[in-house]
Design a protein around this ligand. Structure first.
Ligand code: NAD
Length: 376
């Protein structure tokens, strides 16, 4: 039997908080994987899990992934995640339940900073933020960073330039063919940016009207969702769901590289090697899609959209370093990116933990008491 503390010990989680509030029916788990580089940050997922075990597995895995993402992106924050177990994803959550979740987050004193994730609505986040200051991504009018997807898309394009330099020695997108799976928030922006850069775009979306609208706007082509992964192209950009590349789909790819926004694109680590063997260059997802958390980090110092975009451009250099490390160590890029993130955690974070009242990297030595600079 593997217990929760077994996993925590093996994977390095600092803290897992089980939350139940009988009067409101709230059941949730908050995992703080690492605060070695600063307060942990990660989304709150509202999800119907088959069992509590599934929820715990999910929150442990996702919080660790957030640590690696923040570390690879050079941010001064750690990785955390929260899951709220719900029975009906479409029923609105009560104010009382969300306030109880707010109290649970508040009690961690800033060790866990919440963000929006799958299943969460703006209303959920606003109600949680009524109780605790430790909530990111709030309304831009309140000094928040708002919708991260334009910045995420800019980061993915930056990653694509690194991909093209690695493949062909030149980063230009003009004349390249890119297939985008899922043209929602990120994929839609991505299609427009690529087309503006002179690339030709092929799209597919589970919502056919959305695919058509994006294709019309950028002069692109639509294919159905069953064939997008097999389109012959320079770059395939998964921007829909996780787990799209498994033994079967990875063996059928006709692209030269994979670089997109979706989280957890590989069904498991062995696909990293399979892609390398097939000479499909994989741009590790947690490096390519870091624009979202880079955007949030800008809130802490007084949000500027322009600065967030500029920082997201830095993903080009980060991805270039990942590919160089992979070549140097003869490993697949996913393994290289993980090694790079862990090396930073060891070098800069070794043995450190962030506690309530500690300074953060951006507070000039003062205790972190609020997430955003006071608005006068
Ligand atoms: P979204 O829900 O706005 O868009 C996803 C799109 O994919 C939708 O249009 C949906 O219809 C489509 N889709 C679903 N299943 C599909 C399928 N099988 N084939 C083709 N299309 C399908 O989500 P988003 O915010 O654009 O995020 C996309 C992905 O990027 C997610 O995996 C998300 O976790 C990840 N991500 C997003 C951000 C961000 O800033 N929004 C940041 C980092 C990572």
């Amino acid at each position: 039997v593997t217990t929760v503390t077994d996993v925590m010990a093996a994977r390095g989680h600092e803290q897992v908080v089980f939350v139940a509030d009988a009067p409101t029916g709230l059941r949730a788990v908050i995992a703080v994987h690492s605060t070695a580089l600063g307060p942990s940050l990660g989304g709150i997922r509202f999800w119907t899990y088959r069992s509590e075990d599934d929820a715990v597995r999910d929150v442990l895995r996702l919080s660790e992934a957030m640590t690696l993402k923040a570390a690879a992106a050079g941010l001064h924050q750690g990785g955390g995640k929260a899951v709220v177990l719900i029975d009906d994803p479409d029923a609105p959550r009560t104010v009382e339940l969300l306030h109880a979740m707010g109290r649970a987050i508040d009690e961690l004193g800033g060790r866990y900073l919440a963000a929006e994730d799958v299943g969460a609505t703006t209303r959920d986040m606003d109600l949680i933020a009524e109780i605790t200051p430790w909530v990111t991504g709030v309304d831009p009018a309140a000094g928040g960073s708002g919708d991260p997807s334009p910045v995420t898309a800019v980061g993915v394009v930056a990653a694509m330039r690194a991909v093209l330099r690695e493949l062909d020695g030149a980063p230009g997108l003009a004349g390249r063919r890119v297939a985008i799976q899922g043209v929602g928030h990120v994929g839609g922006h991505l299609a427009r940016l690529l087309s503006a850069a002179g690339a030709s775009v092929v799209v597919a979306d589970a919502n056919p009207a959305r695919a058509q609208a994006v294709a019309d706007a950028v002069g692109g082509e639509v294919v159905d969702t069953a064939t997008i992964l097999e389109v012959e192209c320079d770059i395939l950009a998964p921007c829909a769901l996780g787990g799209v590349l498994d033994d079967l789909t990875a063996s059928r790819l006709q692209c030269r590289s994979v670089c997109g926004a979706a989280n957890n694109q590989l069904s498991d680590d062995t696909i990293d090697d399979l892609l390398a063997t097939r000479q499909v260059l994989y741009a590790p997802d947690f490096v390519a899609n870091a624009g979202g958390i880079i955007n949030i980090a800008e809130e802490f110092v007084g949000y500027s959209h322009d600065r967030a975009l500029e920082r997201a451009e830095g993903i080009e250099q980060t991805m270039t370093r990942v590919f160089a490390l992979a070549r140097e160590r003869s490993t697949a890029p996913g393994a290289a990116a993980t090694a790079m993130a862990r090396a930073r955690l060891d070098a800069e974070g070794a043995g450190r933990r962030w506690r309530p009242g500690d300074p953060a990297a951006w507070t000039g030595g003062a205790p972190l008491q609020r997430l955003r600079p006071a608005t006068s």
